[in-house]
Ligand binder design. Structure first.
Ligand code: 6PG
Length: 477
């Protein structure tokens, strides 16, 4: 077997298959392998026209068909399957070869694998790939981590097959070891928040205006022409317009209201708790999915009194505009929080992640691609150290214009008994982060009272404790 393939893909379910086809369409000779050969054979039979595939039945032949340094993309189900493939690969590879995990791995696993492979003289690249099946085939957003050296070999190929916006690839080196999968995880967290915010906007329009799915779809289609333009808004308009063939009803009206997840949103929230970064929009979005699936609680909860008012909307257009502005503002909060989480992890783990570059590679290919990511890129280019995206002058102004609308919507939702956890918590975050003084002073006093946990004062340096049970004198702690 001549070692002529420039890149290999093992794991040919739909994502792996489409990535392999994407490489082939860009002129690369692609080694392909799957645990059962039938999938490999059908890829070559159905899509041989895409380019030059080198199919192998065994892992050994697959590895032998690759030119050095070998570049092997693993596209299997995240978890034990990835470890099994890696274990099979290690004895077949040689120093300097590069193993790429393109699945949705949890970043601590990527860190562990990277260290293990390094001990064998191998590079391990954990890379986020976003864009679903369509993206994998036609140009995803790619977030590779690993050694800078591995990126020298791999980067040009990945940039080549990635989506392009204004000719700029949606792929760049993210940072060492788990950085790529970390950034993909936060991408997914933002995806959850974005989807929940869109769902809340839909619910408000439905309940507030009594609008049909068709009508709401038209509103979203209109919104997609402005600042909110994004893949998720676009597909929402599409989904809302879809009619169920069986019943003739709007498709969304026949879909069961229980949202599921594969777990990346949960990881994002768990990590944010560890880092102490408030990603309230993402957390509420994740919990909203959990609430939707809490069947016994929802059944029991139906008896709870609403004590809510009735919607009184005199100006339909003004209400729609308020919802749009509240959606935009809440969305900026979700991104602002997500980028804070990236900054915190990057500082803690020494990743040196360039947030502007992350916003740039999210402009195309991925699920959260959106027009306003251009603005986020510019904000971090203006100030790479920006400590709060919301405080970038552009976003301060844009969000500022919608604050009144945002308050009206959250207030109306509460008065009318419509749950808007992501809208509400995003507004609460906005008010929290801009507050001169928060009631955390009282919490510190309480902690000192019952546990001598100490506090600081606003008028002098130091750490203090008050003798609450004694004469209440204050001492340096
Ligand atoms: C992407 C998506 C994808 C994710 C699905 C399902 O960027 O292409 O994030 O990776 O797995 O969207 O996610 P949930 O099942 O968790 O909703």
């Amino acid at each position: 077997m001549t070692a002529r393939a420039q890149i290999g893909v093992t794991g040919l379910a739909v994502m792996g298959r489409n990535l392999a086809r994407n490489f082939a369409r860009h002129g690369y000779t692609v080694a392909v392998h799957n645990r059962s050969y039938a999938k490999t054979a059908s890829l070559v039979a159905d899509h041989g026209d895409d380019g030059d595939f080198v199919p192998s039945e065994s892992m050994a032949d697959f590895v032998a068909s690759l030119a050095r340094p070998r570049k092997v993309v693993i596209m299997v189900k995240a978890g034990a399957a990835t470890d099994a493939v890696i274990a099979e690969l290690i004895p077949l590879l040689e120093e300097g070869d590069i193993v790429i995990d393109a699945g949705n791995a949890h970043f601590p696993d990527t860190r562990r694998r990277e260290a293990e492979l390094k001990a064998h003289g191998l590079h391990f690249v954990g890379t986020g790939v976003s864009g679903g099946e369509e993206g994998a085939l036609n140009g995803p957003s790619i977030m590779p981590g690993g050694s800078p050296e591995s990126y020298e070999w791999l980067g040009p190929i990945l940039e080549d097959i990635s989506a392009k916006v204004d000719g700029v690839p949606c792929c760049t080196y993210v940072g060492p070891d788990g950085a790529g999968h970390f950034v993909k995880m936060v991408h997914n967290g933002i995806e959850y928040a974005d989807m929940q915010l869109i769902a809340e906007a839909y619910d408000l329009l439905k309940q507030g205006l009594g609008a049909s799915a068709q009508e709401i779809g038209e509103i979203f289609a209109e919104w997609n022409k402005g600042d909110l333009e994004s893949f998720l808004i676009e597909i929402t308009a599409d989904v809302l317009a879809h009619v169920d063939a069986e019943t003739g009803n709007a498709f969304v009206d026949v879909v069961l209201d229980r949202a599921e997840q594969k777990g990346t949103g949960r990881w994002t929230v768990q990590n944010a708790l560890d880092l102490g970064v408030p990603i309230t929009g993402i957390a509420e979005a994740t919990f909203a999915r959990a609430l939707s699936g809490s069947v016994p609680q929802r059944e029991a909860g139906r008896v709870l009194p609403a004590e809510s008012g009735a919607w009184e909307i005199s100006d339909r257009a003004a209400f729609i505009e308020d919802v749009r502005l509240a959606l935009y503002a809440s969305k900026v909060v979700a991104y602002s929080q997500g980028f804070d989480q990236i900054a915190a992890a990057s500082a803690e783990l020494g990743w040196n992640i360039d947030r502007g570059a992350m916003a740039r590679i999210w402009r195309g290919g991925c699920i959260i691609r959106a027009r306003f990511l251009n603005r986020i890129t510019e904000a971090y280019e203006r100030n790479p150290e920006l400590s709060l995206l919301l405080a970038d002058p552009y976003f301060t102004e844009q969000v500022g214009q919608g604050v009144g609308a945002w308050r009206r919507i959250v207030a109306q939702a509460a008065l009318n008994g419509v749950p808007t956890p992501a809208f509400s918590s995003s507004l609460a975050y906005y008010d929290g982060v801009r507050a001169e003084r928060l009631p955390a002073n009282l919490i510190q006093a309480q902690r000192d009272f019952f546990g001598a946990h100490t506090y600081q004062r606003i008028d002098k340096d130091g750490v203090f404790h008050t003798e609450w049970t004694g004469d209440r004198t204050e001492s340096d702690a």
